[in-house]
Structures are given as structure tokens and as C-alpha cells.
Write a protein that binds this ligand. Structure first.
Ligand SMILES: NC(=O)c1ccc[n+]([C@@H]2O[C@H](COP(=O)([O-])OP(=O)(O)OC[C@H]3O[C@@H](n4cnc5c(N)ncnc54)[C@H](OP(=O)(O)O)[C@@H]3O)[C@@H](O)[C@H]2O)c1
Length: 214
């Protein structure tokens, strides 16, 4: 059992919280407002705890960033001391919205939020993963007709090993996990978001993952 904190109690955060709690982990989650977050997880697994984001960063062993990517760098930099010595799993996408509210341009073209987080949090192991699919696929990859891919980017091999273990708890088979290398490889998977709004406009929110076919 691992103590997992989730920053962000939206679609991604609550979905991950339910599956990780069901897998036996000790999960704490929080959006901007604790009572609002409590309402969002009511009816999910009763073992899921709710706290403010600084408390989560301070007390959890592994912290998942499931907040808006465009403002994540400032938010997590502010939590630098609390996150020291921990793994941060960044599942966010840092984009500016298009006119219809779907992801438009990248905030960090030629780089990535993953790299910026790692540079801002030198005492933390940042691992980028799960940002290349709709949220429901993160916890139910086996429901897709085609075997999907989940990419992993990070500098620390042990941290990635731990994260890949958690991916297994979410339902990801070892053959579906693509460890791309160090955190600079996050710029490739973060750029994959550029295909997503076009797919959504054509097909709606039908579950999919941007995957490798072999
Ligand atoms: N939705 C997807 O299918 C999907 C797939 C892959 C990656 N992602 C990425 O995952 C992240 C979360 O997506 P989502 O769909 O779950 O978004 P969401 O439903 O809008 O939830 C975002 C969460 O972040 C919190 N938040 C917003 N602004 C904040 C701030 N300034 N400080 C602290 N917390 C803040 C929100 O707080 P409140 O609770 O107060 O509203 C909410 O709990 C995004 O970076 C997104 O790009 C999403």
C-alpha cells in the first residue's frame, strides 16, 4: 500500500482516486476547495480522504498532478519544499484553449511542462505519464478494442519503476507501457495533445489513447 496524494479533484483526479483506492492504496485528493472536493468524491470509495493541496503535497509519498497544466508550474513550484524527496506523477497537459474550449496551442513548444517541473523541483522525481488518452482510459485500458500505449518519461529509473507498478494497478499490462527515457522525452508525449481536439471534434468523447501500432 502506498500513500498517494492527488492534486485536482476533477475528471482525471477522481477517476484515478477511485481505482487506486480500490487497488488498496491510501488515497488523499483535493481541488481548490476541500468541501467541493469532498462532494465530488462522495459516492466513490469511502476510503478516499480529502485535504487541501499543501497538506496533500506534504503528507503523501507519491503526488499526482491532475490540475490544469497551464498553471501547474507555479502551483507545484510553490510546493517545492513539501514535494522534496517524493515522486510527482504529472498527467497534465499544458495548453491554451482554442475558441471552442478544447486544447489549442502548447504552452511550452520546444520543451515540456515535465521538464520545467523537473527543473523547478530538483529534489523531486518527476515522471510524466497518462497524458495521452481520455481520462476514462487511464483506469480501464482493457476496454479499448486496440491494445493501447501508455508512455513514461522521467530521469530516475527507480521512480519510473514505482510508477510503472502503479500503472499495473490501474490495469496497464507490461507490454502496453512504453518507457521513452528521460524527462526530455515528455516533450514528445505532451505534443501528442495537438491531435486530441481534432479527434474529439470528429468523434466526440469516445474513449481513445494515442498509441503505437506494431
Ligand atoms: N480530461 C481528460 O480526459 C484528460 C486526459 C489527459 C490529461 N488531462 C489533464 O489532466 C488535468 C486535469 O484534467 P481534468 O479533465 O480532470 O480537469 P478538471 O475536471 O477541470 O479538474 C481540474 C482540477 O484542478 C483543480 N484546479 C483548477 N485550477 C486550480 C488552481 N488554480 N489551483 C489548484 N487546483 C486547481 C480544479 O479545482 P476545483 O475542484 O476547485 O474546480 C479541479 O479539481 C489537466 O491538466 C488535463 O490537461 C485530462
Amino acid at each position: 500500500m502506498t500513500s498517494i496524494g492527488i492534486l485536482g479533484a476533477g475528471r482525471v483526479g477522481t477517476n484515478l482516486a477511485a481505482k487506486l483506492a480500490a487497488a488498496g492504496h491510501q488515497v488523499t485528493i483535493g481541488g481548490r476547495d476541500v468541501s467541493e472536493s469532498a462532494a465530488r468524491v462522495a459516492g466513490l470509495d469511502p476510503r478516499i480522504a480529502v485535504a487541501d493541496q499543501r497538506t496533500i503535497a506534504r503528507t503523501a509519498d507519491i503526488v499526482i498532478n491532475a490540475t490544469p497544466g497551464e498553471s501547474s508550474l507555479d502551483r507545484l513550484t510553490d510546493l517545492r519544499a513539501d514535494l522534496a524527496g517524493k515522486i510527482v506523477i504529472d498527467v497534465s497537459n499544458a495548453t491554451r484553449d482554442a475558441a471552442d474550449g478544447l486544447p489549442g496551442d502548447l504552452c511550452y513548444p520546444g520543451g515540456s511542462l515535465g521538464e520545467k517541473l523537473q527543473a523547478a523541483l530538483p529534489d523531486t522525481h518527476v515522471v510524466k505519464t497518462l497524458n495521452t488518452m481520455l481520462f476514462m482510459v487511464m483506469t480501464a485500458p482493457e476496454t479499448l478494442a486496440t491494445p493501447p500505449t501508455v508512455y513514461v518519461s522521467g530521469d530516475d529509473e527507480n521512480a519510473k519503476k514505482t510508477v510503472i507498478g502503479l500503472l499495473g494497478d490501474l490495469g496497464w499490462k507490461p507490454g502496453w507501457v512504453e518507457d521513452l527515457g528521460d524527462i526530455t522525452t515528455a516533450r514528445a508525449t505532451e505534443a501528442m495533445i495537438l491531435v486530441v481536439p481534432h479527434v474529439l471534434r470528429r468523434n466526440g468523447f469516445t474513449p481513445f489513447a494515442v498509441s503505437l501500432a506494431r
